[in-house]
Ligand binder design. Structure first.
Ligand code: ADP
Length: 477
């Protein structure tokens, strides 16, 4: 089997490889992918540092053309790349193709942004002096990504990094190197100069840690767990390094008595269980007022019965497998914790077998949960959700906000008054009305508050905040 290698200083390299396993069929090896060393990582950082002066001064047309080419190729290969994504991560083929399209759109967006770089010219408070405010590239950026969006998250970090003139050392998650390799290959062939984008696949404790320890990374953009995010933060203070962290969520979805029941069930089922619940924007707390509670639980249970859990590539699959054995164990442990805490398992939660050996788990819905239970406070990152019964809107809002996290927050209601109040008072970076808590556009800011995020927003124009530094220049006229 060929080894998909790391790209360091424009050369494909690396003989040590690990198997990329399909969670829908653990007999299938998706490919062999290089596992980089600390020395590889240091070489990649050195290459990015050497490439920075020229790339940071490259023309905006050159950047536009490369990003546009990459976006076009990803779109042209959406079915093939979507299938690769579904095979390595386990989300369903339609979800995987959707994510691939989104990655393409992100490259197209930042191809356009490259041409729209602008600053401000303002008068000084002193006579005969002019002031210019411009944005310059930050430097060498470390990009560390998780396994749950194998193509979209790398795209939404790599595209703005390159657009604004930075060079990159990119370390994807161990479980899903395939899509990352593919987009780096695409960008490399699209004409990036050597060393501008370096790919180092491998272990977090080796490749990731070497990046954290390096004084040469001017910024690290990270998406992953709270624990690793904290390590990124602590190590970065020492190096005076800019950081952008997207970590966990424990997103609430409020369902009020006046909700359209179908809208509420569709939004809640999607939020909690699609993509196997493996989204940081997934909703695992369904906060339901008492007048609609029993009808909602009955309708959710019916909906869950209609969802097929099966091989990600199979037509008709609604929910793919859990990503790996470790995550499956976490999910099962939390289901047991929920039971012991006194929540009632209203549906699912059991392992199921299918034609192929995979990590198949029936989505689990708890009822009679409280917001103080561990299943309501800790991020599980699987197809496990709890219904928390509340008296009225005021209690629902208070429970929704009573969490260490603050990424996304949703409400199902037909009341303009409650929708408006919720939008203003939800302690979250993103608020959804009559929509799932997950599922966002690519051209507007993404990010959270409290324990979910740190640093400036990702995506859209707001990405410039992280990937550039501002310069203020004064000239005597
Ligand atoms: P998860 O539990 O979802 O895998 P992690 O935070 O462990 O979340 O992983 C997110 C990313 O962080 C992955 O690419 C992983 O390899 C990387 N990572 C893990 N440990 C470290 C570390 N010590 N330093 C830097 N990156 C790390």
């Amino acid at each position: 089997m060929t080894i998909y290698q790391n790209l360091i200083a424009g050369e494909w390299t690396g003989a040590d490889a690990v198997e990329n396993i399909n969670p829908s069929d653990t007999k299938e090896v998706v490919g062999l992918y290089a596992s980089g060393s600390a020395a590889d990582t240091k070489n990649a950082i050195a290459a990015a540092k050497a490439a920075f002066p020229a790339w940071s001064r490259s023309g905006i047309w050159e950047r536009h053309v490369i990003l546009k080419k990459a976006g076009d190729e990803i779109m042209a290969r959406k079915d093939e790349l979507g299938a690769l994504l579904a095979r390595e991560e386990g989300k369903t083929l339609p979800e995987a193709i959707g994510e691939t399209i989104r990655a393409s759109q992100i490259f197209e967006f930042f191809a356009g942004e490259a041409l729209r770089l602008a600053g401000e010219v303002v008068p000084s408070v002193r006579p005969n002096i002019g002031v210019e405010i411009t944005r310059e590239p930050l430097g060498v950026i470390g990009i560390i990504t998780p396994w749950n969006f194998p193509i979209a998250i790398p795209a939404w970090k790599i595209a703005p990094a390159l657009c604004y003139g930075n060079t990159v050392v990119f370390k994807p998650a161990e479980l899903v190197p395939g899509c990352s390799w593919a987009i780096v290959d695409i960008l490399n062939r699209a004409g990036l100069p050597k060393g501008v984008l370096n790919l180092v696949m491998g272990k977090g404790s080796v490749v990731g840690q070497t990046m954290l320890d390096s004084p040469d990374l001017a910024g690290i953009t990270f998406t992953g767990s709270v624990g690793t995010g904290k390590r990124v933060a602590v190590s970065s203070i020492e190096h005076n390094r800019k950081i952008q962290l997207e970590m966990g969520g424990k997103n609430p979805m409020v369902i009020l008595d006046d909700a359209d029941l179908n809208v509420a069930v569709e939004a809640a089922a999607n939020s909690a269980f699609f993509s196997t619940g493996q989204r940081c924007t997934a909703s695992s707390r369904l906060i339901v007022t008492e007048g609609i509670h029993d009808r909602f639980v009955a309708a959710m249970t019916e909906k869950l019965k209609s969802l097929n859990v099966d091989h990600a590539l199979k037509t008709g699959t609604h929910i793919g497998p859990v990503v790996d054995e470790r995550q499956l164990k976490t999910d099962i442990d939390y289901i047991e914790i929920g039971r012991q805490e006194g929540a009632k398992l209203a549906f699912g939660g059991e392992l199921i077998s299918r034609d192929t050996p995979g990590f198949y788990l029936q989505p689990a819905l708890f009822t009679e949960a409280t917001n103080q239970m561990r299943i309501s406070r800790e991020e599980i990152f699987g197809p496990v959700a709890s219904v928390i019964r509340v008296k009225d809107y005021d209690e629902a809002l208070a429970v929704a906000n009573d969490t260490p996290f603050g990424l996304s927050s949703g409400i199902a209601t037909t009341s303009l008054k409650h929708a408006t109040h919720f939008k203003r008072n939800a302690e979250a970076g993103m608020v959804m009305v009559n929509l799932p808590t997950a599922g966002v556009d690519f051209h507007v800011p993404f990010g959270g508050r409290k324990g979910s995020s740190y640093g400036s927003r990702e995506q859209g124009k707001y990405a410039a905040e992280f990937f550039t530094v501002v310069k203020t220049a004064y000239t005597l006229a």
